[in-house]
Design a protein around this ligand. Structure first.
Ligand code: SF4
Ligand code: SF4
Length: 348
């Protein structure tokens, strides 16, 4: 009963924040720069850092994000589950936000109790072929470990989701991966291989590494995949995408490719790094500290940055596209209509 009351309190608080305008609704907090994998399309493991905020500092920052209007929080890294104090952080975050935590598949079974309250644990699996997946992760046995993790989490009643990163390496396999997990009633969403092209030497941090093998060259296949996912979504509420998001993704590969959205970095979303610096997205220079965010939010400096970011076309990271599409109260209501089946899944 107490759990139900606190769940309802959280839902009411989230709904109130979602419908407020002029505030950011999505935040990504990369709570660590440590990673135990060596993925071929990623820079994080090459630029690890021992420094990080303490759990107490992060909790202080989370209170700030809640008061700023953040509804959806993604906790990522490196691998955030490598932090010894991750249980304390996730516990605190889950009571305040719709919380997703990312894991490369290697850590979640060691932190089961820390994961019980989070809304989704996202496990990264890029291929069902051991050679392909393990080469992408550069860790032998990565697929077996991740599959075991998904099984254990599902048996433990923890909301596990699988998140392949679509690239030229696995493009023709994405529907097979989707069907495989749909049969097992595991929710899925997707990332899109993207790499940093920042010319800003003070970029907050680097994630995607340019790699010719990953860049999608078969545009027709990508368009077909978007169409297949749009069809599959109609029958399956476990595909946690929206039609609008897939149409937006598809538009990037059509003959007259165009960006049909304006980036809402530092407007509808922001990122926080492992030492508490914030930026609209990881590709740009940091704009201050999480602890000064309330003071800075309405500053002229932030207003100018927002305008610059709206015209920026530097990246196609799918999470940033989604946050840009679904950040305002109006778009949230449209999302609720489009995604009613998914919302029911989350509420369950
Ligand atoms: S993609 Fe994720 S798991 Fe792989 S090296 Fe980068 S941070 Fe680590
Ligand atoms: S398009 Fe948006 S998210 Fe991507 S680099 Fe530009 S400001 Fe950042």
């Amino acid at each position: 009963m107490r759990q139900m009351t606190s769940g309802l309190r959280k839902a009411a608080s989230l709904a109130g924040r979602y419908l407020s305008s002029g505030k950011p609704h999505h935040a990504q907090w990369l709570v660590t720069r440590k990673c135990n994998y060596r993925c071929a399309g990623c820079n994080v493991w090459k630029e690890q850092d021992e420094q990080e905020l303490s759990a107490t500092e992060i909790k202080k920052g989370l209170n700030i994000l809640k008061n700023m209007g953040i509804v959806e929080l993604t906790i990522s890294g490196g691998d955030p589950l490598l932090r010894a104090d991750i249980a304390e952080i996730l516990d605190y975050a889950s009571e305040r936000f719709l919380t997703t935590v990312y894991d490369n598949g290697s850590m979640a079974t060691k932190k089961i109790d820390a994961l019980r309250k989070v809304d989704f644990v996202a496990i990264s699996i890029d291929s069902l072929d051991e050679n392909t997946n393990d080469a992408i992760k550069a860790v032998p046995g990565a697929l077996k470990t991740a599959m075991h993790t998904v099984d254990v989490l599902q048996k433990e009643g923890i909301r596990v989701a699988v998140t392949p990163t679509i690239s030229q390496k696995n493009l023709y396999e994405i529907m097979d991966i989707t069907n495989y997990f749909m049969e097992r009633k595991i929710p899925m969403w997707f990332c899109l291989y993207s790499y940093d092209t920042s010319v800003d030497s003070k970029q907050l941090f680097r994630i995607g590494k340019a790699n010719d093998e990953f860049i999608i060259t078969d545009k027709d296949a990508m368009i077909k995949l978007c169409n297949q996912l749009i069809e599959a979504m109609k029958k399956n509420p476990n595909i946690l995408m929206t039609k609008k998001l897939l149409q937006t993704l598809r538009s990037l590969y059509e003959p007259n490719a165009e960006r049909i959205w304006k980036c809402q970095a530092l407007n509808q979303f922001l990122v926080v790094d492992h030492i508490g610096r914030i930026s609209g997205c990881h590709n740009h220079n940091f704009s201050g500290s999480i602890f000064d965010l309330p003071k800075q939010w309405n500053s002229n400096e932030f207003k100018t940055l927002r305008k610059t970011y709206q015209d920026c076309t530097q990246c196609n990271y799918l999470c940033y596209i989604a946050y840009s599409l679904y950040g305002s109260p109006k778009s949230t209501l449209a999302l609720a209509k489009d995604q009613w089946k998914n919302i029911r899944l989350i509420l369950k």
